[in-house]
Ligand binder design. Structure first.
Ligand code: SF4
Ligand code: SF4
Length: 114
């Protein structure tokens, strides 16, 4: 069965990582990312995370301009191999109109449908 996202390809424009908002860590993701960065878990939490307002989860910190702390100047993710499920699940599990509007992958998809 075909799905509207079958032909979606991320174009690595970085838009979905470039505005202020939570990038939540699911259980075990803190350890995984810490290991990838060769940090111990406490160093990682101190340096790269904050507790969300509900105090029930960690989110990645942001750069001063709102970009995710791991979004590099070339718009690629520094922790690509171990990025959180919140990141890998866009746009398949969650979508946002504003992101879709600016996402280069959606723009390319729209162009093939015109
Ligand atoms: S962890 Fe990587 S993919 Fe996720 S928001 Fe940050 S830069 Fe983007
Ligand atoms: S906004 Fe779209 S094309 Fe750009 S990095 Fe995110 S998923 Fe990929």
């Amino acid at each position: 069965m075909s799905h509207e996202l079958d032909n979606f390809v991320c174009r690595c424009c970085g838009f979905c990582c470039s505005f202020s908002g939570y990038v939540l860590l699911a259980e075990g993701e803190d350890e995984k990312i810490a290991a990838f960065l060769n940090l111990d878990i406490y160093q990682f939490i101190e340096q790269y995370t904050e507790v969300v307002i509900s105090r029930q989860q960690l989110t990645l910190t942001e750069q001063a301009n709102g970009r995710c702390i791991f979004l590099q100047d070339d718009n690629l993710c520094r922790i690509q191999a171990v990025k959180p499920i919140q990141c890998t699940s866009f746009p398949y599990e969650w979508r946002d109109k504003n992101v879709e509007k600016h996402c280069a992958g959606f723009a390319a998809l729209r162009a093939t449908q015109e």
